[in-house]
Design a binder for this molecule. Structure first.
Ligand code: ADP
Ligand code: MG
Length: 348
């Protein structure tokens, strides 16, 4: 029978997208300045993420992939001031249960040698061996869902769409990660490896966008820089406190800044292209369908081509949202979403 572990691991690794997301975030958390994502057969055969970050310390090898092991959170109080993407220690453990998985890691002190780590499906370290490696970590995920036939079939059936989705997600990480060189490649069976897109180690988002989407797209963009106070609105729980007296925390959470790039408004026909709309909250990529809708509606109401390119980083007080609502942390709960949307529309 299937172990509880394999079933519960559906939480954080649900598809190809979540694999890429977790591995790229781990690379960024490790302080990488170069990240290479290699797909084979659109990810169906394998996904590898190589970084030049800190590497993994030998004393962590044993428990690295055990459920809930994380080196990033020393106490629950840290959650509020969290500056890493990861904090649950679930990704590697899930990947052990859901794929053929191994890691190669080397630290600066190790010279040209690194260690290959292999794990049991439970996340227990099965064995190590010495291999040639540069500083950093390579995580290899082969045959995702090989042991869950229904999910594997589903992945095979939807792989083209999944792969496209994953590229959009990687576009977002590549655009927002200033100073990090991204290279994404794919190798189709019996074909040669092709670079899908690459960024240089750019000092700003603008140049990242040029690398990812091309200079022509960039020419059609204008900088986005909005500052506003959110319009006061009813929010859950606020009835208990005196309505006219806001606490300092309330004040802080009302100031919003949105920076990035959007398409220059052009009159005429056009189609909405959600593939070119990226949202971030304090540089964390996330899906914000309501915010996307607000932008699209404004463009539409002015009869402007309805395909705005959007790269928008919403700078908010950390009290104003919660990333801890879904296992993949891609769904962010904005406590004052309706106030934000109203203010955003009038600002736009
Ligand atoms: P989390 O990111 O929530 O800590 P993960 O399961 O993603 O949990 O990773 C577990 C641990 O493995 C991390 O806390 C970190 O110590 C280590 N780790 C994972 N990926 C890398 C990497 N690319 N470079 C260095 N350490 C890593
Ligand atoms: Mg992680």
């Amino acid at each position: 029978g299937r172990s509880i572990h394999q079933i519960q691991s559906g939480q954080v690794i649900v598809d190809l997208n979540s694999v890429a997301k977790e591995l790229v975030e781990n690379a960024l958390d490790a302080g990488a300045t170069a990240i290479e994502v290699r797909f084979k057969n659109n990810g169906l055969d394998s996904i590898e993420v190589q970084d030049n970050g800190s590497g993994i310390a030998p004393e962590d090898f044993d428990h690295l992939a055990l459920k809930h092991y994380t080196s990033k959170l020393s106490s629950y109080d840290d959650l509020g001031s969290l500056h890493t993407f990861g904090f649950r220690g679930e990704a590697l453990s899930s990947l052990c249960a859901l794929s053929r998985f191994h890691i190669i890691t080397a630290r600066a002190a190790d010279g040209p040698k690194g260690t290959k780590l292999e794990f049991d499906p439970s996340g227990k370290l099965r064995g190590t061996s010495v291999v040639a490696a540069k500083q950093g970590t390579t995580v290899v995920v082969e045959s995702l869902f090989y042991n869950l036939p229904v999910r594997r079939k589903e992945l095979e059936r939807t792989i083209k769409r999944e792969y496209k989705k994953v590229l959009n997600l990687l576009h977002a990480y590549a655009c927002i990660s200033v100073g990090v060189k991204f290279t994404v490649s794919n190798q189709i069976p019996k074909g040669k490896k092709t670079v899908v897109f690459a960024t240089q180690s750019n000092p700003n988002i603008r140049e990242n966008i040029a690398n990812v989407y091309g200079a022509k797209t960039l020419q059609a963009l204008i900088p986005l820089d909005l500052h506003f106070e959110m319009n006061p609105s009813k929010r859950p729980g606020s009835t208990q406190s005196a309505p006219n007296r806001s606490t300092p925390a309330d004040e802080a959470s009302r100031g919003v800044r949105i920076v990035g790039y959007i398409s220059r408004p052009v009159h005429g026909e056009g189609r909405q292209n959600p593939d070119r709309q990226m949202f971030f909250v304090n540089t964390r990529p996330c899906t914000l369908p309501q915010v996307a809708k607000a932008f699209n509606e404004v463009y539409k109401s002015f009869n402007i081509a309805q395909s705005p390119f959007i790269c928008a980083d919403i700078k908010l007080d950390t009290n104003a949202y919660d990333v801890n609502v879904s296992p993949d942390k891609r769904t962010i709960l904005l406590h004052d979403q309706s106030a934000l949307l109203e203010s955003l529309k009038s600002e736009l």
